[in-house]
Design a protein around this ligand. Structure first.
Ligand code: NAP
Length: 340
């Protein structure tokens, strides 16, 4: 490489509410050299995910926040440019926590996934065939447990988690109701096999959902919270399961007391009366299932039994704007940034 430069985006300030361009800063620095046991990667794809909004906040969570002036965290698919680790050679493709930048040096021992012999597009290792797809698989396997004839509801259903939840539940024999924002996404849900597809922006969304689940809801895979959750709660059946995967509707409001009546005592009472199972999870809680996921999902994708959609943004400099869009539903499919 002649005069190699690493372009990177760092966290410049912590947002209160919605993030904007002032919270990020683009920097250009010399590409670092790998030390013993390390590899230099050229990041080819960066995954943009809703959890990154949480990393911008200080305070306790399941992972520490990104420090001010540090590179924004993110999974990447990268190619080995230089290796000082015996397990990696130039040209190997791997999944790493490479961050919002074009090059990264990582410890070889910290790389958990190689993409040797991958026949699918490598970007899928960040989506349906990576962390989000695994989230759907593990959340259903361990908590949702849809049974034949049961009704499952999921929102953010055109995204990599929701779309995969719907398609796996359908394979398990459940009746599936997918919820998304806008008519184009709603129609897409019908093409990937949801039995009913609804637009949460419709004025009569709650009534539409009630009509869509005449036998009630047995599994509500919680991705969003907000008004979708409000519409689901009265429709839950006894012994319903709620894997709490994400609450994106309130990611910009963390730590704030939201307006409106306090529904918590009523919901706790409902959990008791209806013997509901409500369990939050982070996908890595179930990491022992990952090899089995790779095998099963690889087969389903090869057979065309699972379909997916990607939303590819070109260029690292466009990552912040794409990320703001993700929090507002402007993405359509798994959001990745192509860095080549
Ligand atoms: P995604 O669907 O690609 O993108 C997020 C989607 O959320 C948006 O496109 C938008 O879709 C929807 N959304 C945003 N604000 C909303 C609101 N106020 N009400 C309803 N929907 C809203 O994202 P993803 O990567 O598949 O993730 C889906 C959820 O899973 C997120 O909550 C994420 O944090 C969570 N997650 C959790 C884990 C875990 O380990 N627990 C792992 C991965 C992801 P519409 O336009 O359709 O509304």
């Amino acid at each position: 490489m002649s005069n190699p430069i690493n372009t990177r985006i760092v966290l410049a300030a912590r947002p209160s509410g919605e993030p904007d361009a002032s919270h990020f800063r683009l920097e250009r620095l010399p590409v670092p050299a790998p030390g013993p046991g390390q590899v230099l990667l050229r990041n080819r794809y960066l995954s943009l995910d809703p959890y990154m909004r949480g990393r911008m906040d200080a305070g306790r969570s399941y992972s520490p926040p990104v420090a001010i002036d540090d590179v924004m965290e993110g999974r990447t698919v990268g190619e080995v440019l230089e290796s000082r680790h015996p397990g990696f050679a130039v040209g190997d493709q791997v999944v790493a926590t490479g961050g919002w930048q074009t090059f990264v040096v990582v410890d070889g021992d910290a790389i958990t996934r190689r993409l040797d012999g991958m026949t699918l597009p490598i970007s899928t290792a960040l989506g349906v065939y990576g962390m989000p797809g695994f989230t759907a698989y593990a959340g259903l396997h361990e908590i949702g447990k849809p049974q034949p004839g049961e009704t499952l509801v999921v929102a953010a259903a055109s995204g990599p988690v929701g779309a995969t939840v719907g398609q796996i539940a359908k394979m398990r024999g459940a009746r599936t109701v997918g919820i998304a924002g806008g008519e184009a996404k709603r129609r897409y849900l019908e093409t990937i096999g949801f039995d009913v597809a609804l637009d949460h922006r419709a004025d009569d969304f709650s009534e539409q959902l009630r009509a869509a689940v005449p036998d009630g809801i047995d599994v509500y895979f919680e991705n969003v919270g907000g008004k979708v959750f409000d519409a689901v709660v009265p429709l839950l059946n006894d012994f319903a399961r709620i894997p709490v995967c994400g609450t994106i509707a309130t990611y910009n409001a963390r730590g704030q007391v939201l307006p409106g009546p306090d529904r918590l005592p009523g919901f706790f009472s409902q959990i008791l009366r209806q013997r509901l199972s409500v369990r939050g999870f982070i996908q890595r809680d179930f990491i022992d299932l990952f090899p089995r996921f790779l095998e099963e999902m690889g087969q389903w994708l090869a057979d065309g039994r699972i379909q997916y959609r990607e939303d590819v943004v070109e260029g690292l400099e466009n990552a912040p704007e794409a990320f703001f869009g993700l929090l507002k539903g402007r993405n359509f499919g798994k959001l990745v940034v192509k860095l080549d």
